[in-house]
Design a protein around this ligand. Structure first.
Ligand SMILES: [Zn+2]
Length: 95
């Protein structure tokens, strides 16, 4: 169960990233970056775009801030366990 920890309204230190271009509005020098729980966050002061970098360094765009619980992001568990590969040695391949 993931409970987003918005522990307080204290603004973290946001640093403008020189030369960074917003992936949403293409504006330059509007990207700010800061860390929340050691997770890099970015946002754009021009259009409000924001994203997060995951552990692999991939950008995860955030939806516009709402108070809606994001339960849809939970990965559906696929029931693929029945598809375990079975290896049949084929005696006909032997020469
Ligand atoms: Zn932008």
């Amino acid at each position: 169960m993931n409970t987003p920890d918005h522990s307080s309204n204290t603004e973290p230190k946001k640093r403008f990233i020189a030369g960074a271009v917003c992936p949403a509005c293409q504006a330059m020098d509007g990207i700010r970056m800061w860390d929340v729980d050691e997770v890099p966050h970015r946002d754009c002061v021009h259009c409000g775009y924001s994203d997060t970098l995951n552990a692999d360094g991939n950008s995860i765009p955030n939806e516009l801030p709402t108070r809606v619980n994001i339960s849809a992001l939970q990965k559906p568990k696929k029931e693929t366990k029945g598809q375990a590969l079975q290896f049949f040695p084929n005696p006909k391949l032997k020469k």
